[in-house]
Design a protein around this ligand. Structure first.
Ligand SMILES: [Fe+2]
Length: 253
């Protein structure tokens, strides 16, 4: 088995991730060395319009060509980290360009707002689910306002099948003690479905491989750490995530 990373700012010169192809390739070499064989590249899809959904696949293919030329054995999938303020304005065809998973079980990486998880965010997640997309909530531990409160507000989306992605850098403590404790709480409570690097080559260089060790340090068993960094992300790529069709619950204020 090998590691799979579903949150990674690897496309060069697009956002605050890799600045150029050389930096992206240096990180890809690190992925290969550490056993990360597959990743979704997830540039920020937000209102600054630095990249449009229709551009991601072509840019990913270009970078894949450079990776293949070195024989690194790292496979990339085009994706995006959807900002809440942009997500609701994208058509289904645009969302499809950013989604992962097989037909009928496509899902999106939706960024939890740093200001805090509120009813509007949960309603956005539910709207994406009603449109037929599964939702992976990116790093809710970084949202202000308390992780217990945030998870309670997210409950209606979680009941419809949304899952939680925790950042390796949060477990590392790179975003402060509050975020680190929230990340550990998500792991220990079983709420975290997967770990991802959210790496920004040039500034955040770790791979998802480090997440395995950090999960163990947070109290996970080796089987749980394996699921968080290998099994679950691989399953999401291969088998996808489908929102439940059960009646939606009411969104907490
Ligand atoms: Fe990110």
């Amino acid at each position: 088995m090998s590691y799979v990373d579903l949150h990674l700012h690897l496309l060069p010169g697009i956002d605050d991730g890799a600045r150029d192809v050389d930096e992206a390739l240096a990180y890809a070499r690190r992925m290969a060395t550490e056993g990360v064989r597959e990743a979704a590249v997830t540039p920020h899809i937000c209102n600054d319009r630095r990249i449009e959904p229709g551009e991601v696949a072509g840019l990913t293919a270009q970078l894949q060509g450079a990776i293949d030329a070195e024989g690194l054995g790292v496979r990339l999938h085009p994706g995006g980290e959807l900002h809440p303020r942009r997500a609701g304005h994208l058509g289904d065809d645009e969302l499809e360009l950013l989604a992962q998973g097989p037909a009928g079980r496509r899902w999106l990486l939706l960024e939890a707002p740093f200001a805090g998880i509120d009813g509007d965010f949960t309603e956005l997640a539910r709207d994406l689910q009603r449109r037929g997309f599964g939702v992976v909530v990116a790093h809710p531990e970084r949202a202000a306002g308390g992780i217990e409160e945030g998870m309670a507000r997210l409950a209606p989306a979680l009941e419809l099948g949304a899952v939680i992605q925790v950042n390796v850098c949060s477990l590392l403590g790179n975003h402060g003690l509050y975020v680190q404790e929230a990340a550990v709480a998500l792991l220990r409570s079983g709420s975290a479905h997967l770990l991802a690097s959210d790496a920004h080559p040039g500034s955040r260089e770790h791979t998802v491989r480090l997440g395995f060790d950090l999960a163990l340090g947070a109290g996970a068993s080796s089987v749980q750490a394996w699921r968080l960094t290998q099994v679950h992300p691989r399953f999401l790529l291969r088998r996808g995530l489908r929102p439940s069709t059960s009646a939606p619950a009411r969104v907490a204020a």
